[in-house]
Design a protein around this ligand. Structure first.
Ligand code: BTN
Length: 245
């Protein structure tokens, strides 16, 4: 059976999942909270996680893969969430590399993947997902209103969080067993079918600077391939992406 921990209020489900993982929690362990007081986003940002309206969830998985392949799991999770949202709502979300799920250009879902590893051996991967479900526009802080959205804002219909969680877990399980048996290629093809940044000129802000060029695909690790005028094809493992044209 699946091991689901539910809490009314936590600092961050990521933090709790990391503690559980370090204590040996089994693969598939899930931490869900109604509210996070210190929800964390990528690149040291905070993630707005009020009570009652969103899905704040972290999952522990223990795949037997090299560290370099872990971005594949972020892409797999994004596909699972898009498929679940398509099943449970009228929305047709897009994926912006690596892990933003957008509707009408606004962010609906964020995914944060963290690792516990030693040498090249992955002990656990903690996949955190934040999904804006039933917020009204005025629930978002002013500065988020132009960039964030919710399922309710976009579809006009309330969505039962527990049903959506169940759908996500089922989609994840199906894709994860496909991944374990057939590798990343089938996942990559699905991911590419939802991606909006491919074949567009994008600007990637990485820790090593800004790279501008055409997004031509993802490689077998899940890295984004950008074709630049100056240096040819660059692989990007982590960045913020802006679509230019
Ligand atoms: C992003 O920056 O886009 C990623 C946001 C990830 C937010 C989720 S909410 C559940 C889990 N716990 C956290 O503290 N963060 C992730």
């Amino acid at each position: 059976g699946r091991n689901i921990h539910f809490a009314e209020e936590v600092t961050s489900t990521q933090k709790i999942a990391q503690t559980l993982a370090a204590e040996g929690a089994q693969e598939g362990t899930i931490v869900v909270a109604d509210k996070q007081t210190n929800g964390r986003g990528r690149m040291a940002r905070t993630w707005y996680s009020p009570s009652g309206t969103g899905i704040w969830m972290s999952m522990i998985i223990r795949p037997n893969i090299p560290i370099n392949n872990t971005p594949q799991l972020t892409l797999l999770t994004a596909v699972a969430i898009v498929q679940a949202i398509e099943e449970e709502t009228t929305l047709k979300p897009d994926i912006k590399w690596p892990n933003d799920i957008l509707v009408n250009g606004k962010k609906l879902v964020g995914i944060l993947t963290e690792l516990q590893a030693e040498a090249d051996q992955v002990h656990s991967v903690i996949i955190g997902t934040g999904i804006n479900v039933n917020q009204l526009e005025e629930h978002f802080p002013e500065e988020l209103r132009s960039i964030a959205t919710s399922i309710y804002i976009e579809s006009g219909e309330l969505c039962e969080r527990s049903k959506l969680i169940q759908a996500i877990l089922l989609k994840f399980e199906a894709l994860y067993s496909l991944y374990l048996s057939k590798g990343f290629i089938p996942i990559k093809l699905l991911w590419e079918s939802y991606a909006i940044s491919l074949n567009k000129v994008i600007q990637a802000r990485t820790i090593n600077g800004v790279i501008e060029g055409k997004a031509i695909g993802i490689d077998n690790d899940g890295a984004l391939l950008i074709e630049t005028d100056e240096t040819g094809i660059e692989r990007i493992y982590s960045a913020d992406i802006e679509i230019k044209q």
